[in-house]
Design a protein around this ligand. Structure first.
Ligand code: ZN
Length: 245
């Protein structure tokens, strides 16, 4: 990354040269670190003491354990191209807290799960899997993405997961979801220009699944339609869906 936050995740944005100018070369001894604006973790300064003109100074995320899920990478680490669609234009934490509460409202939570279940198909999305997707959204602070709409979050949850289904011959296959949006547009196209976006169900290798409704349109109305009648979701299941309870 070209920029990090100075001294805390909410500190001012600095480039590597500015960071060193302010914190000094003994920044570690002084306890002053650069932080990632997206995940809030301490990042490493790289290439700043290197005389090699081919090396550009930057901030790097720390290595993750080998067994870590690649979908848990920070969206700014650039280590998982599947997460490139999630690069934020900015965060609004106060609004994010309200959006998260709206999402956790039992009525909406039931709709969100029913929507995701309807796209994954029955049997392919347990309450525990749904909870894990919400926890991943927490880590990535999806709720706080500037200007995000609550109805668009269930679509994003689907893209943050890997799923497994069984075909009519009893054979298992992996699938996932990808966004189709106008070239060069960022995530906000999802709620600003939903009619130009789709969400597509693909096999692990990237080939689309051939069903009559795939790819699926993206909009608040389509979300409501796919979510349908969630009244079968009882209090017991709702408790299982709420990852933050
Ligand atoms: Zn990060």
């Amino acid at each position: 990354m070209k920029q990090a936050r100075y001294g805390s995740p909410a500190g001012p944005a600095v480039d590597p040269t500015e960071f060193l100018a302010r914190a000094g070369v003994h920044y570690k001894r002084r306890g002053i670190y650069p932080y990632c604006a997206a995940c809030g973790e301490v990042v490493d300064l790289y290439g700043v003491f290197n005389a090699n003109p081919g090396t550009t100074a930057r901030f790097d995320h720390k290595d993750r354990p080998d067994n870590a899920n690649p979908l848990d990478e920070c969206v700014l680490s650039k280590r998982n191209s599947r997460l490139d669609f999630l690069i934020p234009s900015g965060f609004d934490d106060d609004r994010g807290e309200r959006i998260r509460q709206q999402f956790r409202d039992p009525e909406f939570l039931a709709l969100a799960y029913n929507f995701c279940l309807s796209l994954c198909r029955k049997g392919n999305l347990s309450a525990a899997q749904f909870r894990d997707l919400c926890k991943r959204a927490d880590k990535k602070r999806i709720w706080a993405y500037a200007d995000i709409r609550v109805w668009s979050i269930p679509y994003i949850l689907l893209v943050l997961g890997d799923f497994t289904a069984t075909n009519s011959n009893g054979r298992q296959y992996d699938f996932r979801f990808v966004f189709r949006k106008p070239r060069g547009s960022d995530l906000s196209a999802l709620w600003l220009r939903p009619s130009s976006c789709h969400i597509e169900k693909v096999f692990d290798g990237g080939k689309p699944l051939k069903t009559d409704d795939n790819p699926y349109p993206v909009s608040e109305t389509d979300f409501q339609m796919k979510a349908g009648d969630a009244s079968w979701i009882n209090v017991h299941l709702l408790r299982q869906l709420d990852w933050a309870a």
